[in-house]
Design a binder for this molecule. Structure first.
Ligand code: NAP
Length: 326
């Protein structure tokens, strides 16, 4: 039987950080990193804001370093997708195809994916297309950029770009933003911002990198070609939680709920606030022994460093849980 102290599902910054901590605590750990391990960072080029790398580091290199660091402490890593889980018993089971793996605790760090428009822009990610302005705005100094979306993320991306880009044009499919009023006001009061209302991006083109987009005015049907250096897609995220539906409690958008996130939203859930900090497990999900960390939990910050930090928290909680349940 393939039995471990902890199985980590997901191989991004949160998953690998939890594995490093657990491996170093002399626990047996299996990381099921998925068929394409490394999380969203493998689609990023240079990462300049992860502390410790004065000259920046390429996203895939950062992930390979995290994996090597986990393996140094005896962590096993499989590049496999989980097909099924049974988490409700004291001993948890996870299947990869027909093979069953068991553990006394599970860390879910399956991440989230950025929604894309679906017009071929995926091919230009890292070459003019980005889904994270906080990460990439600094590469667009003096450039012409477009943001797609009308929510808080689109406003936040626009604000991040305004520090560097010469021009920021927001393309939004309706005639009003969904974003909070305060964020809208900040964006709309800036003279460098233009908005193309009732419009959608219907085409992308460029040789080695993105150089122009086609924007359709939904009301008139007229299509215009826009030259640009960067296109920031901010139309929402989808957490990877399908396999946990009906097993772990999810919020209304499908994100994994943990004690900490429930309390952040001022919801009384599972334990009192006092108990959570003194005795509880802030990263525990609705099922005992199952912990959540990274973008599958965090709809707000979504940074590699915040995911890694939460991975550390989940590992410490899992370790404490295992000690208490020996
Ligand atoms: P969101 O609030 O769901 O907004 C998504 C936006 O993208 C909407 O304006 C939507 O248009 C548009 N959109 C969706 N699918 C599209 C498509 N296929 N083509 C074109 N446009 C499309 O998502 P979000 O902005 O990522 O925010 C997610 C959550 O995080 C929200 O609760 C938000 O408040 C929070 N957040 C907060 C902050 C902050 O407070 N600083 C920052 C970022 C995010 P419609 O409006 O027409 O539906």
């Amino acid at each position: 039987m393939n039995k471990y102290d902890v199985i980590v599902i997901g191989g991004g910054p949160s998953g690998y950080t939890s594995a490093i901590y657990l491996g170093r605590a002399a626990l047996s750990v299996l990381v099921l990193a998925g068929a394409q391990p490394g999380g969203q960072l493998v689609f990023t080029s240079e990462v300049e804001n992860f502390p410790g790398f004065t000259k920046g580091i390429m996203g895939p290199d950062l992930m390979m370093a995290m994996e090597a660091q986990a393996k140094r402490f005896g962590v096993e890593v499989l590049y496999k997708e989980v097909s099924k889980v049974d988490l409700l018993k004291e001993t948890k089971s996870v299947w990869v195809d027909e093979t069953e793996y068991q553990a006394n605790a599970i860390i879910v760090s399956t991440g989230a994916t950025s929604k894309m428009i679906g017009i071929g822009e995926e091919a230009y990610v890292g070459r003019g297309v980005s889904t994270c302005a906080v990460c990439d705005a600094a590469f667009f100094k003096g450039k012409k950029t477009f943001v797609v979306g009308g929510g808080d993320a689109a406003m936040e991306d626009t604000m991040a770009l305004l520090k560097f880009a010469d021009e920021v044009t927001i393309v939004h499919r309706r005639d009003e933003f969904r974003a909070s009023k305060i964020m809208q006001d900040r964006v709309l009061s800036n003279s460098k911002v233009k908005v193309m209302w009732n419009s959608e991006v219907v085409g992308v083109s460029g040789e080695s990198k993105l150089s122009s987009i086609k924007v359709k005015d939904i009301k008139t049907g007229k299509i215009s070609e826009q030259q640009l250096d960067g296109l920031f897609v901010a139309i929402g995220h989808v957490p990877t939680t399908k396999m946990f539906e009906g097993i772990l409690e999810l919020d209304e958008k499908g994100y994994l709920r943990t004690t900490m996130t429930a309390l952040m939203r001022d919801v009384k859930w599972r334990v009192s606030e006092k108990d959570m900090w003194l005795d509880g497990f802030p990263t525990m999900t609705s099922v005992d022994g199952v912990f959540g960390c990274g973008d599958v939990v965090d709809y707000r910050y979504r940074q590699a460093i915040t995911a890694a930090g939460m991975g550390c928290q989940a590992a410490l909680d899992a370790e404490k849980y295992l000690t208490e349940h020996k």
